[in-house]
Write a protein that binds this ligand. Structure first.
Ligand code: B12
Ligand code: SF4
Length: 504
């Protein structure tokens, strides 16, 4: 019998290399904001959403299928990054086998860029929604409920019976709205064990509980490695008043003390950020927060105001210490911009997190040496380095695809595997340099001293780190004794991607 239940799922995916599960102790466990937005919207239209965050609760594909079958919803919605496509397909297959009448819908960053290819490859997905999903999902569910033909629903990919076989069709999407205030509050209330179970990476927040908000959508830049296919180039945002309302709601309902703004470019509008900071100060809201920015859009006075309004950390997409590589990435920013912004943030008293990547086309021993020198010369407090991955939806994907990268590498696209090496370098060399760069930063006396003080001030971080170190020692011990510690599912995924080196 049909019901109005829709189960929204984040599939498990290889976030941690098999055998390294203990790393999870210290990594980011934020919920999928996309699902929270979709749930809030469909609930307003009479549907009954629920959410499974499988990765955060270490659920396997079988666990997810079991829970879905128990709930027996009419609709399943699966969100996916490229790395989660294969497990999403396994989940869809499992559910279809037990509940053949359930409609399986998919969306998310991977679908926004690869909808046709994914639907062609995985017949277990019934319908795909491209781009922002709130309004389209409601239109789609209403059409399905009414038993109508879905061919008129905007922004979807569907199958239509052709003369010989089913043919895939893609409809154009909806025009974007300039202001995000029309969206309902994300449905944090549907998350099991929120906020306790959703902690960001260790040392990445000063106090908890923590929640994330996407205060704007879209980015007008076109960095070649970046996938902007979901939100596009036009920047849209909540009004500062609405954002403050959201922060107050999170504080009063869940006791949230730190907010992570996950916008691509939080500082896209100086005017909007200024107003937000003024409102936080006027209303005397006691909250700390972090956000991401480009290095070329910040100014000292704005940074000082942000600091006064609670800004604790800013992530800057620094990428590399080579101007030549920045040019090749179409980053439209220079090392001089980076140095200036980092110094300004430091002077304002805001922590800077540097986001880097290694292995971009054109990377060589010289650019790596330049990055090493750069990292140690600027006032960074924390750094993340991803292994360059040509994500579908990024301009560089189109340049590289067809050389030696294939679509069955999708399940390895988590920024922790080198799937491709620039001319003149091997994957082994890249892995060695990756380790060296991270060690060179984190072993510097300035950083070691900073984290010692930080741990003493925030013992919760220290406890988490100690637990991680203990589990790492256990894993090392087991590996020395020759005991296989990987879960069966992780082993299967390892075998499926067998021509790719595991992260070192
Ligand atoms: C916050 C964030 C994270 C967080 C939280 C992730 C999470 N669980 O959501 C953390 C730090 C954990 C993270 C990790 C990674 N991330 Co990340 N992340 C982001 C970021 C900055 C914002 C995501 C967000 O909250 N958006 C706001 C919500 C509202 O949007 P949304 O989730 O896309 O959902 C909307 C639509 O996609 C659609 N939709 C989504 N799902 C579904 C499902 C259905 C059924 C329907 C109908 C519609 C639909 O409707 C939603 C509402 O409009 C994006 C950049 C971006 N612009 O999206 C990158 C981004 C998603 N990340 C990316 C990547 C690559 C990763 C990593 C794989 C590797 C890495 N180097 O960081 C890892 C690990 C994977 C993982 N799942 O954790 C890429 C994805 C590219 C790709 N093709 O796979 C992005 C796009 C960055 C980029 N520009 O390249 N990430
Ligand atoms: S890397 Fe940042 S600035 Fe560049 S396109 Fe992506 S979101 Fe925009």
């Amino acid at each position: 019998m049909s019901n109005k239940k829709i189960l929204l799922i984040t599939p498990p995916y290889e976030r941690i290399a098999p055998g390294y599960e203990f790393v999870k102790q210290i990594t980011n466990s934020s919920p999928s904001l996309g699902l929270l937005h979709l749930a809030a919207e469909v609930r307003q239209h009479g549907f009954e959403p629920s959410i499974i965050e499988s990765d955060i609760f270490s659920m396997t594909v079988d666990d997810v299928v079991r829970q879905a079958v128990e709930l027996n919803p009419s609709y399943i919605g699966i969100t996916m990054f490229t790395v989660g496509v294969w497990t999403a397909a396994q989940i869809a297959r499992g559910i279809k086998a037990a509940l053949p009448d359930t409609t399986i819908l998919v969306g998310g960053p991977h679908i926004s860029s690869m909808a046709l290819e994914t639907m062609e490859r995985f017949s277990e997905f019934d319908l795909a929604v491209v781009g922002e999903g709130e309004e389209i999902l409601v239109l789609l569910l209403e059409a399905l409920e009414a038993g109508n033909d879905v061919s008129g629903v905007p922004g979807i990919v569907y199958r239509e019976r052709g003369e010989i076989q089913l043919v895939l069709k893609q409809n154009p999407g909806l025009p974007v709205k300039k202001n995000l205030d029309y969206l309902p509050m994300p449905a944090w209330d549907l998350l099991p064990d929120f906020p306790a179970a959703y902690t960001p990476a260790v040392y990445d927040f000063p106090r908890q509980p923590v929640a994330s908000i996407a205060a704007s959508r879209g980015c007008p830049f076109h960095c070649k490695f970046c996938d902007t296919s979901t939100f596009g180039a036009s920047v849209r945002a909540y009004s500062p008043e609405r954002l403050v309302g959201m922060i107050e709601h999170l504080q009063s309902t869940y006791g949230i003390r730190h907010i992570m703004f996950v916008d691509d470019l939080f500082v896209a509008s100086r005017q909007r950020v200024t107003r937000l900071c003024e409102l936080i100060l006027e209303k005397k809201i006691e909250i700390s927060w972090s956000c991401a920015s480009r290095v070329d859009v910040v100014k000292p006075d704005l940074l000082k105001l942000m600091k006064r309004a609670g800004c604790w950390e800013m992530s800057f997409g620094l990428e590399t210490g080579s101007d030549e590589l920045l040019k090749r990435m179409d980053k439209s920013a220079s090392l001089a911009n980076s140095v200036r912004a980092l110094n300004w943030a430091h002077d304002a008293g805001i922590r800077s997190k540097g986001l880097f990547m290694l292995g971009y086309p054109g990377e060589n021993e010289e650019t790596i040496a330049a990055t090493r020198k750069f990292i140690r010369s600027v006032p960074l407090t924390i750094m993340n380095m991803t292994k360059f991955t040509p994500y579908p939806g990024s301009p560089i994907y189109r340049d590289i695809y067809g050389t030696n990268i294939r679509d069955d590498h999708w399940e390895k696209m988590n920024g922790m595997n080198f799937l491709w090496a620039p001319e003149g370098m091997s994957i082994d060399e890249l892995n060695t340099n990756y380790r060296k760069l991270l060690t060179s930063f984190y072993s510097s006396p300035r950083i070691a001293w900073y984290y010692t003080r930080f741990s003493l001030r925030y013992p919760a971080h220290l406890r988490r780190l100690l637990k991680f170190l203990w589990q790492m020692l256990l894993a090392r011990g087991r590996s020395l004794l020759g005991v296989d510690t990987t879960k069966p599912q992780a082993r299967a995924s390892m075998l499926a991607g067998n021509d790719i080196k595991e992260p070192g």
